[in-house]
Write a protein that binds this ligand. Structure first.
Ligand code: ADP
Ligand code: MG
Length: 457
């Protein structure tokens, strides 16, 4: 492809993505060449490349195809210019790329610390399912940047369920929709450090001014300042000042305001006044959806990736609701398969993710334990429960008691009831007996280990 053709494509791109986007993100990149069906571009920074590829990769590809160019990938390489020339290069052709970082900041009202935001945390990359649909809808609404509908928006939920992702997505979107708004995103921890520094430097005036001059304030992980009294106090005042001016505030926390014990009750009640939405733990469908989307991303990196049917379903079933762990599992699996050049099969998955699978192994029930133990020792469940004291029944029974104690959260009396109404001391005796046997006879260790695996499968 000739450079002129790229210039033509750029004209179309500009009308497709809008002038501002074009100026900020496409103008600074330079078309280099095409080889092996890959279009190579030069970008000013790594971050810039990631961002362009994520946000505009599809549309660029579409326009290339539209112009009859045969490519299936885009590759962004950081400009090879020596780094000390970054500020000094002034020729028209090379000046554009160097301008990029400033342009990026300017596009968001000069105050968005864009480096604070993860370019991957956009709405495009957020998979919506039942557990997070309300939080997602609320975030979308706020990101439109229209009249303040609910203030503050408070997002809460357990670790790794997408709170930070949604907040960054709001910031990215607002930066596009309302380029002249001042958006400020930071963690409650950063808020505290800045406040403490302002106190130390006796410069709380500029601290206050700075926080009162934003149009949108986003504070992540507010639980961090619970119990930190002077910081909470300052936060409360900042909060009130902004609400009074009709500025949007978005806050996240790890639990509902009422459940944050050390949180200033005035802040808690302020938070309650807005819209409080929670991100629920993921369900199987959402996990599967996320895995499918992330696999597509992995395929861009590892082009020869092969995965057997049922692997994603298996991971979605077995890995916990924390999306960070889920993502980490898939990333590791793909990297490993690529490294050894093997297809990703169920076996490989179990091998490669054994630690994660163990840590998040699904809850086993006492019924499953009794069934599997009986299968394993070839006895009948009715005998296991019965008062029968034959030796070939007693050991499997004790093993099942031991497994129930170890792998369920049932109490000794509950286990006793399950085993035909036995006393809790009988259960305790059984558990101890197996522990004792295991310390003397490796056969018991092996049995317990095999049973554990059977229960996990
Ligand atoms: P939190 O702030 O709630 O602890 P994060 O927003 O940091 O969680 O999310 C953890 C990881 O999981 C991030 O990499 C994020 O991109 C990813 N993630 C969470 N929820 C989703 C989702 N619904 N779709 C795609 N990725 C998600
Ligand atoms: Mg977070």
């Amino acid at each position: 492809m000739k450079n002129e053709k790229w210039v033509d494509i750029c004209n179309d791109l500009q009308s497709a993505i809008g002038k501002n986007n074009f100026k900020s993100w496409i103008e600074p990149i330079t078309f280099d060449r095409i080889d092996a069906r890959t279009a190579h571009f030069r970008v000013p920074t790594n971050f810039f490349g990631t961002w362009v590829s994520q946000k505009f990769g599809d549309v660029i590809l579409r326009h290339l195809h539209g112009a009859g160019v045969v490519v299936d990938r885009l590759e962004f390489v950081v400009n090879a210019a020596p780094f000390d020339s970054v500020e000094t290069q002034t020729s028209a052709a090379s000046a554009a790329p160097q301008r990029a970082p400033q342009t990026a900041a300017a596009a968001s009202g000069a105050d968005l610390p864009i480096s604070n935001l993860n370019p991957a945390y956009t709405f495009d990359q957020f998979i919506v399912g039942k557990p997070n649909e309300l939080a997602h809808a609320a975030a979308r609404r706020v990101a439109e940047g229209g009249a303040v509908a609910f203030n503050p928006l408070f997002l809460y939920g357990g670790v790794g369920l997408g709170k930070t992702h949604l907040m960054h997505a709001i910031a990215w979107e607002l930066a596009q929709n309302k380029p002249d708004q001042r958006i400020h995103y930071l963690s409650a921890e950063q808020f505290m450090y800045r406040f403490v520094r302002a106190l130390r430097e006796k410069d709380t005036i500029s601290f206050k001014q700075m926080f009162r001059s934003v149009d949108v304030l986003m504070v992540d992980d507010v639980q961090f300042i619970a119990g930190k009294n002077s910081t909470q106090e300052e936060f409360f005042h900042t909060f009130n000042a902004l609400v009074e001016m009709g500025k949007q505030i978005i806050i996240s926390g790890d639990r509902a305001p009422v459940d944050m014990e050390d949180l200033d009750s005035r802040i808690a009640s302020r938070l309650q006044c807005g819209l409080v939405v929670d991100l629920h733990p993921t369900d199987y469908e959402l996990r599967l959806g996320i895995l499918q989307a992330k696999l597509e991303t992995q395929r861009l990196r590892y082009r020869h990736l092969k995965m057997a049917d049922g692997v994603l379903e298996f991971i979605a079933h077995r890995v916990s609701s924390n999306v960070r762990v889920l993502e980490g599992a898939l990333t590791r699996l793909c990297a490993f398969a690529d490294l050894v050049g093997a297809e990703i099969t169920l076996d490989l998955t179990q091998e490669c993710l054994s630690d994660i699978l163990r840590a998040t192994s699904r809850k086993v029930t006492m019924d499953e334990i009794i069934k599997k133990t009986c299968d394993y020792y070839k006895v009948r469940p009715a005998d296991l429960i019965s008062p029968n004291r034959a030796r070939n029944i007693v050991r499997p029974r004790q093993m099942a008691m031991y497994l129930c104690k170890k792998y369920t959260t049932r109490s000794l009396p509950e286990i006793g009831r399950k085993f035909g109404g036995r006393d809790h001391t009988t259960i305790l005796h059984g558990v101890r007996k197996i522990e004792e046997l295991m310390s003397m006879d490796s056969q018991f260790v092996e049995d317990a280990e095999l049973l554990r695996r059977l229960l996990e499968a």
